[in-house]
Design a protein around this ligand. Sequence first.
Ligand SMILES: Cc1cc2nc3c(=O)[nH]c(=O)nc-3n(C[C@H](O)[C@H](O)[C@H](O)COP(=O)(O)OP(=O)(O)OC[C@H]3O[C@@H](n4cnc5c(N)ncnc54)[C@H](O)[C@@H]3O)c2cc1C
Length: 340
Amino acid sequence: MTSLAQLTTMRVGGTPSLLTIAATEAEIIEAVSAADDAGQEVLILGGGSNLVVADDFKGRVVKIASTGIENDSTVCAGAWVTVQAGHSWDDFVLTAVKSGWLGIEALSGIPGTVGATPIQNVGAYGQQVSETIAQVRAWNRETKKIEVIFSANCDFGYRNSIFKQFPNRWVILSVTFQLPLGEMSSPIKYNELAVYFDREIGERTTAQEMRNGVLELRAGKGMLVSEDDHDSWSVGSFFMNPRVESSIVESLPSDAPAWPEPDGRYKVSAAWLIEQAGFAKGFGLTERATLSTKHTLALTNRGSATSNDIIELARHIKAGVQTKFGIELKPEARLVGCGL
Ligand SMILES: Cc1cc2nc3c(=O)[nH]c(=O)nc-3n(C[C@H](O)[C@H](O)[C@H](O)COP(=O)(O)OP(=O)(O)OC[C@H]3O[C@@H](n4cnc5c(N)ncnc54)[C@H](O)[C@@H]3O)c2cc1C
């Protein structure tokens, strides 16, 4: 039987009692409804790149495997592209760049499926997927109806959405993007990219160059999934950047990276907090699970880690940051059958 360790990028987790690979919208709805009607919990699985699943997990799993990209050429305002939920996100970004559809090129190299991207409103290098999502088509497991949810009603925020707030309500079937047309990238918003391209913030490069640059930067940080690179056996960033009151920011050293938020609070760099709490790259409680040797925000499986090893490491780091700064780190990934 296939285990969650084989289906997730952290490569930990037990074996489902039933694994259904659902390759069409009808199969997805049928498989999820069957579990719901039987009153059984079901884990909806995309590419498994944002999940830490318990070693003793034995539940039902529906793997979303529907694929396809459809551009509605009757729409005049840019490209209006609908992508099936199980389609590889990065394959879609590649298609977009090749087709002259803009706005997601900085999200190159993020693993997983298109259907999972609205859930935590994936973001990187100054772009967030919510900026280009027009609508989400989803199966409502409570009303047992298909709904089209417009972007404005998705309550998108930093690594957050209505889908994350109500994790058992919807299964995302497809996502429709509205993308401007052109060859040049969106304006550079991220300092690391500006340095890489030797351009100012707000300037542009081509979308293809942006993609290439982002992929190179990500590979250097272990943020591209690779069988050979244990630094990428992870969920990407394990913790979110915490949002704190301005009084907390004032209590931090003046070089602490912090960005003002619209609500008056500040977003503080979780990587900085972890490093300053004494956890250097490569830190581990065991050799099996350590921080990435390239990036302090990624907890990684060095080859034989269990879910318990990862959780123990996460708890230790969270406690260290809490003791040193009084700031609570929260996981970005979904923890299934385990918790901090
Ligand atoms: C090396 C690496 C780098 C990463 N870099 C980034 C980054 O730069 N930015 C970023 O935001 N994230 C990043 N991530 C996290 C992750 O890739 C994204 O969150 C991604 O969107 C998860 O997609 P998935 O298909 O793998 O979802 P999964 O891990 O399979 O699932 C994640 C959650 O979504 C739910 N879900 C999945 N599909 C559906 C669906 N169709 N309907 C309803 N619920 C669903 C699952 O039940 C689960 O709760 C990174 C991860 C790794 C391993």
